[in-house]
Design a binder for this molecule. Structure first.
Ligand SMILES: [Zn+2]
Length: 211
């Protein structure tokens, strides 16, 4: 489904610094970064935040601007509870389909909404569906943003339920340096995580929010 493979990400990382392109935590990192796209969601984000708080796990949320505008209190809560936030476009547009000007305006609009909601001025950005090309990456990075991809996805977008999702998490658990892609606009991710987090804790995994 995703065109950008790990070999492509490795090549990009040689070209861009980790402040501009990030798909894996740096070599000295001992932690895992859990990331959640497509929120904030008034139904599904609060119980996920409850679970992360109970487990003492900081995460990173890539937010859709129009949802930030509708639910600023959830963005404030994320920041207050130690999570990082980043942009995910205003309305989930694929950035390869936007002109340079439209992309620049979209990035700034989403960033301003997050800033208004939380006081945090974030340059973290994740492209919807992970779709990028050389021009789009350059446009994002040259405007001072950090384009964040991932090392691991459990394909929670398949919507095949918490059971199969938990099985995929168990088959291939996170490891240090992983950036894990998930979503907080559904129930099955949260339900699977409630089972997976204690198991990951037993593996002595540590977790970090992206800086
Ligand atoms: Zn998305």
């Amino acid at each position: 489904m995703f065109a950008l493979r790990n070999t492509g990400k490795q090549a990009l990382q040689r070209f861009y610094s980790a402040e501009r392109f990030l798909w894996r935590l740096p070599a000295h990192a001992q932690a895992v970064a859990l990331t959640f796209d497509d929120g904030p969601d008034p139904i599904h984000t609060p119980p996920l935040l409850d679970a992360l708080r109970a487990a003492g796990i900081p995460a990173t949320f890539f937010l859709i601007g129009e949802k930030v505008e509708r639910h600023p209190e959830l963005v404030r809560r994320m920041v207050e509870e130690g999570h990082a936030i980043g942009g995910h476009t205003w309305s989930h547009s694929e950035i390869t389909a936007l002109s340079a000007d439209a992309l620049a305006a979209d990035l700034e609009r989403c960033r301003a909404a997050m800033r208004a909601a939380s006081g945090v001025d974030s340059v973290l950005f994740r492209p919807p569906r992970g779709k990028v090309n050389a021009a789009a990456i350059h446009r994002v990075c040259s405007r001072g943003y950090c384009l964040v991809h991932w090392t691991k996805t459990y394909s929670d977008y398949l919507k095949d339920g918490a059971g199969p999702l938990l099985q995929r998490m168990r088959r291939n658990p996170p490891a240090p340096r992983d950036i894990v892609l998930m979503h907080d606009h559904n129930a099955h991710t949260y339900e699977a995580l409630l089972r997976a987090i204690p198991e990951w804790r037993e593996r002595r995994l540590r977790f970090t929010a992206l800086a």
